[in-house]
Structures are given as structure tokens and as C-alpha cells.
Ligand binder design. Structure first.
Ligand code: CO
Length: 475
């Protein structure tokens, strides 16, 4: 048997719950940095003797890094939801995840997105809705938690079954409203745009019917439009009802459908149009804005859905595995003219590989003047394995800066702006980095402007490869 890659055991194993008031640190933090970075991701890829199959499986764990007085504290905790507590109680995987089904003999044929056996393991991202902190999953069972203790505070089922069964985990926020897209599977399925003002009342703004709903992990938002990018990775909803295989394996890549961009007026709900484009796949929209007669949509694109299969753990355990390069594309969608004559075109903004992209959302969302995107990346000279560097891309000229260190695997880089900034990149970039040689992780603090290391805080264990997080000044 060939040896496992160095990142595999620490990055896809299991985590204990820990609390540390003060992490050992080198370098120094900016004095203004006094909030909290909250991150979400998997806390274990194993229950008893069973293992999950894919990077997007696993049981949810929250991580918290609080800054103050030049120091960093750290705590992590499993979300004590049904998926976790039942798995602990029976010693087996209890709920169906993205690409893993529990042993069917325990439950018979009850697994379905239409059934309550679907997971509540809200491990993908998190957000703040009014005053509540919520962990988000692609199933619309959102878990509220206390940001100070990381204890689960309740389940927020603001999207019940009649609303829809799958949601993006990347809601947008604008002017006090949170927007999200939920897919409701049915004989005629719908993509539904919801607006949530305040903490509980969600309103259906508009919807688009479809017979073959696509897998959509995010969507775009501009001043006037919600942009639903319908990748040709689609499902016949009857297969989700029958549930003969795990969730994502019911979807089929059908490139002949192309990738249409559906536009909904996000104020009135009116279906504005459909602009066709060549087939591609993406998890993450980055930014979008209107410019003259065009809608500009930045997105991390792949030629096909192969990136999903690249994240199966048996593939990531191969010494020669390669993850497809995510490409930062700028799509231009003509806003005028008859539907059938309009077509999306794109340019590639950078030759760097990007995934888990971030930018200064607070100040530059929907703003044509935005310039910098931060992302996890793969060093072209170290092509094998997992994400092994961080990049900062200047979307105006395609130039990039990188942070790279051998044997290190950085997670999503979160930009935190200096409170009184005038330059877009005045601030820091925070990334949890696995140091495979040391067998533990550290929190990397980069100066966002120079993209050089400013500080690092050692975490006393290896943090499993997570997905998304955010920085909150108020915690
Ligand atoms: Co995501």
C-alpha cells in the first residue's frame, strides 16, 4: 500500500474539543483587531468503525478565535445536533450527508430530502441573522448557536419543507435584508429567492421553474438582480425521492444544457431573463455588479463537475491526487436586447488557482471598483495534494501575490479590514493553516497589503480542513 499524503491523516481525521485562553504566538497583531473569527467545518470523518466518504461529509464543528490585548484565544466544539448526538448514541453514522448514506438496514428506505432523516449537520458556513448566529447547511435546517460558548441554541427552521429542500450556504446581505436561494424539488421544481428581514420572517421574492434542478452552492447579487447560475449538474427530482444513492450522486453532468444565467429582479421578484453561456461548473460566486448595459459576474469556475469527485476521501488519500484548478472568471452578461440574442462571455482574471474566494464584502460588495480577491490556492510547482498556498489577486491587472510554505495547507483566507481604512487592502487576512510536518495547525495572520506574515498563533492540534467562516467585531 502506498503511503498516505502528509496532509491526509491530520486534515481528514478527527478533532477533540479544546479550549485555550492564550495561544503561543510569534509576531504581533494590529491593535484594532479585537473581534472573533468563527469558522465552520467537519469535526470528524469517522463514527465508530464507519468513515465518511467525502470532504463535504462529516459532523459539524465550530472553531472560535478571539482577539484582544495582542493575544488570541481558541475553542472548538461539535454542534450537538441530531446528526451528532444520535451518531454518538448508536456508534454509527445516523444521518445521510452530501456523499455518504448511513447503513440502510437501520432505517430502511426512509432516506430522502423529503424526509426528516436528512442531516441537520450544519457544517458548511455561518452567518448572523439579526442578532442570531446561525450555522448553515445545504439542507434548510439551520442551527443557531451561542458565539461565546459555541453551544447549540436551537434549530431555526425558517425554511420548512413547503419552502424547499436545498439552499445555498452563501446568503447575501444588503441593507438589512438577507437573501438566499432555496430549491424546492417537485414534479415542476423551483428555484426560490427569499428575503429575510429581521430574524424570522422570510418572504418569497420570486421564483424560476425547472424540471431538472441544478446543484447550486452560491448565487450572485447585484444592485437590481439575483443571479442564479444554473450549472448543468442536474437531478431528476424523482431520484431524490427514491434516494437510491447519496445526495450528490443523484446529480448528472449534462453539458449540452450549457450554463444559463437566470436573472430575477430582487426588488420586485420579476423574472428578467435568461442569458445563455457555455457549460461550466462552480461552487463560488465572488462579486457581481452592474456596469452600463452589462452585468459583471466574477466566479471561480471549472470546466466540469470533476472537482466534486476530486474531493472523495479515497481520491485525496492517493499520493498523486490532483485537485482541478479553480479559475477566476469575469462573466459579462448583456442586459439589453432580446433574450435569444444575448450570450454570456468571459475573460480569465488570473492564472492562479483559486478556491474559497473572499474579498472585502462589507465595503465592496456589488461595487465595480473592487480590486482584491483572496483565496486558497495550489502552488503550480507543487501540483499534487491539497490546497497549499494563499493568493491575493488584483482583478484589475491579474497580478497575484502568494503566501507559501512547504508542508503547509491553508484554509479559506478571511479578510478583516482596518476600521479606518482608506485603501481596500488595509487590513489582515486570517487563515487556519495545517502544518503537516509539525502535525498541528496555526492561525496565520497576513498583512493584507504586503501579503507577508505578520503573526502566527499555534493551535495545539491539527484542525481538520474546514470550509467557511467569518469575522465578527462584536463578539
Ligand atoms: Co462554499
Amino acid at each position: 500500500m502506498s503511503p498516505l499524503p502528509e496532509y491526509f491523516q491530520p486534515g481528514f481525521g478527527e478533532n477533540e474539543e479544546l479550549t485555550f485562553d492564550k495561544l503561543p504566538m510569534t509576531g504581533s497583531l494590529p491593535a484594532w483587531l479585537s473581534g472573533t473569527l468563527l469558522r465552520n467545518g467537519p469535526g470528524t470523518f469517522r463514527v465508530g468503525e464507519q468513515r465518511y466518504r467525502h470532504w463535504f461529509d462529516g459532523l459539524a464543528m465550530l472553531h472560535k478565535f478571539s482577539f484582544g490585548g495582542g493575544q488570541v484565544s481558541y475553542a472548538n466544539k461539535f454542534l450537538h445536533n441530531r446528526a451528532y448526538t444520535e451518531a454518538q448514541a448508536i456508534g454509527r453514522i445516523a444521518y445521510s450527508e452530501f456523499a455518504t448514506d448511513p447503513c440502510r438496514s437501520l432505517f430502511g428506505k426512509v432516506m430522502s430530502v423529503f424526509s426528516p432523516q436528512i442531516t441537520d449537520s450544519a457544517k458548511v458556513s455561518l452567518t448572523k441573522i439579526a442578532d442570531r448566529f446561525v450555522a448553515l447547511a445545504e439542507t434548510p435546517i439551520q442551527v443557531e448557536f451561542d458565539p461565546k460558548t459555541l453551544e447549540m441554541a436551537g434549530v431555526l427552521k425558517y425554511e420548512e419543507n413547503e419552502v424547499g429542500q436545498m439552499t445555498t450556504v452563501h446568503p447575501h446581505h444588503d441593507a438589512g435584508t438577507m437573501y438566499n436561494v432555496v430549491t424546492r424539488y417537485h414534479a415542476i421544481s423551483h428555484y426560490r429567492l427569499y428575503g429575510l428581514a429581521g430574524s424570522t420572517q422570510s418572504n418569497l421574492i420570486g421564483q424560476i421553474p425547472t424540471t431538472r434542478p441544478a446543484y447550486m452552492h452560491s448565487f450572485g447579487l447585484s444592485q437590481n438582480y439575483a443571479i442564479l447560475t444554473e450549472f448543468p449538474l442536474v437531478v431528476n427530482p424523482i431520484h431524490l425521492l427514491l434516494w437510491l444513492r447519496p445526495f450528490i450522486e443523484n446529480f448528472r453532468w449534462q453539458p449540452e444544457r450549457g450554463t444559463p444565467f437566470w436573472l430575477l429582479n430582487r426588488h420586485t421578484g420579476e423574472k428578467v431573463g435568461r442569458i445563455d453561456g457555455d457549460p461550466f461548473f462552480a461552487f463560488h460566486h465572488v462579486n457581481a455588479f452592474e456596469q452600463g448595459d452589462e452585468l459583471v459576474v466574477d466566479i471561480v469556475a471549472y470546466p466540469d463537475d470533476g472537482v466534486i469527485s476530486a474531493f472523495y476521501l479515497n481520491r485525496l488519500a492517493e499520493p498523486d491526487s490532483e485537485i482541478p484548478f479553480g479559475e477566476l472568471r469575469r462573466y459579462r452578461l448583456p442586459l439589453r436586447g432580446p433574450n435569444q440574442k444575448r450570450r454570456a462571455s468571459y475573460e480569465v482574471l488570473s492564472d492562479a488557482c483559486l478556491e474559497l474566494p473572499r474579498f472585502d464584502y462589507d465595503r465592496y460588495n456589488m461595487d465595480a471598483s473592487y480590486r482584491y480577491v483572496y483565496a486558497s490556492s495550489i502552488n503550480p510547482a507543487q501540483r499534487h495534494g491539497f490546497y497549499n498556498q494563499v493568493v491575493k489577486v488584483d482583478v484589475r491587472n491579474g497580478r497575484s501575490q502568494t503566501w507559501y510554505e512547504p508542508n503547509c495547507y491553508p484554509g479559506e483566507p478571511v479578510f478583516v479590514g482596518a476600521p479606518d481604512r482608506t485603501a481596500e487592502d488595509d487590513g489582515v487576512v486570517l487563515s487556519v493553516v495545517l502544518d503537516a510536518a509539525a502535525g498541528r495547525s496555526f492561525l496565520l495572520v497576513l498583512d493584507a497589503a504586503s501579503f507577508t506574515e505578520r503573526a502566527r498563533a499555534e493551535i495545539p492540534h491539527a484542525v481538520l480542513f474546514g470550509y467557511h467562516g467569518d469575522y465578527f467585531e462584536s463578539i
